[in-house]
Ligand binder design. Structure first.
Ligand code: SME
Length: 160
């Protein structure tokens, strides 16, 4: 059993530091990418308040394929360049979307989602996955969230 006690009253940088420490402890010495993605998705869900979906899409043979996540069942395959996830993967850049309805081509997996943060996971210069966070709140994510999830992506890049 792993007990982590996220303190949602902490300033975001401190919350993301604690999330990274928990992730480091869980992935250390574990070579299985599915186990590591599953635990990291669970940690994001536990540490980051206000989410309705958190998880991974993996880059497989030039398209994104659904990976471990918490939330409602989601679309399974996303072509590069499509939707918020496909944009993050194609551009190898974080997508911070305050209003998903204003994002051309947004793919609605859960009608409740209003804002979204997608961060590419880059290993040896290649996008190997994206981390996708959805919120039912408009403009839920800011630059502190993207910095925190980008740090997490760097930390786990060799473990997934
Ligand atoms: N909204 C995403 C699709 C994935 S779901 O949100 C889980 C997108 O536009 O790429």
């Amino acid at each position: 059993m792993y007990e982590f006690a996220p303190d949602a009253t902490l300033p975001k940088p401190d919350l993301y530091r604690d999330l990274a420490e928990a992730a480091r402890a869980l992935i250390e010495g574990e070579p299985d990418p599915v186990a590591n993605m599953a635990n990291v998705a669970a940690l994001v869900w536990q540490f980051v308040p206000g989410l309705n979906w958190a998880g991974f899409y993996r880059m497989i043979e030039g398209e994104l394929v659904l990976g471990p996540f918490i939330g409602k069942p989601a679309c399974i395959r996303i072509p590069l360049g499509q939707g918020v996830c496909g944009a993050a993967a194609a551009q190898a850049q974080t997508q911070l979307v305050p209003d998903v309805h204003a994002f051309p081509g947004h793919i609605a997996c859960d009608a409740a989602s209003r804002s979204e943060l997608v961060v590419p996971v880059i290993r040896a210069g290649q996008v190997v996955a994206v981390i996708d966070l959805d919120s039912p709140d408009p403009a839920r994510f800011d630059s502190e969230d993207s910095a925190g999830i980008e740090a997490l992506a760097r930390l786990i890049a060799r473990a997934i």
